[in-house]
Ligand binder design. Structure first.
Ligand code: S3P
Length: 172
């Protein structure tokens, strides 16, 4: 295994799970959003605000390629939209990549995002009602891309620890 890519909707725990996996597998962890923020010296929210979403998607694509093309064995956490733009989904099952879709219900995603939407520019402006409707529609549209993952793991009522162990078992 060279690179393992975690994908899924906002709030499903991609970053936490990737960090744990890296610890357990003794591999390096890279977070795509964090790398974009480091390289631009701007927060994701500031990029959306100042440059717009299209600019962010291009940057996200370039940075994703940069990570995939590195020689290191990595555990990669992506942003919720990463596999859904610029043909990024074609990189989920490469010669040296495997991917995991962390799958959750609309209800669980809503609960989590409603509690922490301020630093998520895509959903920050929505009222509770609008948020639920947005998640339902957006998750439906994105599912095609998420379903391109090598493996799918349902996150419902599992701790990050359990999730990481389940993923490790899948890889063996
Ligand atoms: C996005 C998800 C965010 C971040 C950006 C756009 C999306 O990452 O990349 O705000 O399109 O779903 P998280 O999934 O880590 O919140």
């Amino acid at each position: 295994m060279h690179k393992l890519i975690l994908i899924g909707y906002m709030g499903v725990g991609k970053t936490t799970t990737a960090q744990l996996l890296a610890l357990k597998l003794n591999k390096k962890w890279v977070d795509l959003d964090e790398l974009i923020e480091k390289q631009t010296n701007l927060s994701i929210s500031a990029i959306f605000e100042q440059k717009g979403e299209v600019y962010f998607r291009k940057l996200e694509h370039e940075t994703f390629l940069q990570i995939i093309e590195s020689d290191e064995q990595l555990i990669i956490s992506t942003g919720g939209g990463t596999p859904c733009y610029a043909n990024n989904h074609l990189l989920l099952n490469g010669v040296n990549t495997k991917s995991i879709y962390l799958k959750a219900s609309i209800e669980l995603i809503f609960e989590r995002l409603n509690a922490g939407k301020t630093n998520r520019p895509l959903v920050a402006r929505y009222s509770e009602e609008e948020l639920k409707e947005f998640i339902a529609k957006n998750l439906f549209e994105r599912s095609y891309f998420y379903n391109q993952a090598t493996y799918t793991v349902n996150i419902e009522s599992k701790s990050p620890e359990q999730l990481a162990d389940e993923i490790i078992a899948l890889l063996h």
